[in-house]
Design a protein around this ligand. Structure first.
Ligand SMILES: [Mg+2]
Length: 207
């Protein structure tokens, strides 16, 4: 909690004293919290969005720990204040991340309502092929655009990069009705969606 509210800065690895707490949360309450977020997203869609017929209503999803789960990676590479034995990117290249529970269903429900699905990931562009492969294996298909970070985007923080992508989408005419991600840096910043939904993630923090 102290990391998420910016009391602790420069957080890179899970502190040893938090490991038991995080593993308990991830194996108990986590799924219920994700499910509640997906339910609230649907309540918002049902009550607050008048769907337009011009095919420009859109919903943004983040990728890691929003659509695809990195939990198996962190389980097998227990960070514990040390460098990871296997790099996350090496693991991502295996394209075997499972879907975050309830998210395949939410993705297809929103798509089924006629919303354009826009994916913005902080993964680097050279992972595009394996990311598409992994998303499809996990049950996601039919998105409209998938944005990954190109080398020039390294000049920006993740929050700035994601806001820049949202700006581009708005310039392309999309109405950003909703945005869902596990990091505040996917949701905060300029060019907000009408409503943003935050998924839990006590495993890491990306500014
Ligand atoms: Mg994420």
């Amino acid at each position: 909690m102290n990391v998420e509210v910016h009391n602790i800065l420069g957080f890179r690895h899970i502190p040893k004293e938090c490991i038991n707490y995080i593993s308990k949360y991830m194996t108990t309450q986590y799924k219920a919290d994700v499910r509640r977020a997906t339910e609230e997203a649907m309540v918002f869609l049902n009550k607050n969005i008048q769907h337009s017929s011009d095919n420009l209503d859109a919903w943004i999803f983040d990728v890691d720990d929003t659509l695809l789960s990195t939990v198996p990676y962190y389980e097998n590479n227990n960070a514990c204040g040390e460098e990871m034995p296997v790099l996350l990117e090496t693991w991502m290249k295996e394209a075997k991340a499972p879907a975050v529970e309830y998210m395949v269903e939410l993705f297809h429900k929103i798509k089924g309502r006629g919303f354009k699905i826009l994916l913005i990931s902080s993964r680097k562009e050279h992972l595009t092929g394996v990311t598409i492969d992994n998303l499809m294996k996990a049950g996601y298909y039919g998105w409209d655009q998938l944005k990954l970070r190109c080398p020039a985007d390294d000049n920006y923080s993740i929050k700035e990069y994601k806001a820049k992508q949202r700006k581009k989408f708005k310039e392309e005419g999309y109405r950003l009705c909703g945005n869902i991600g596990d990091q505040w840096s996917s949701l905060n910043g300029d060019h907000y969606a009408i409503r943003s939904f935050k998924l839990p993630n006590p495993m890491y923090y990306e500014a």
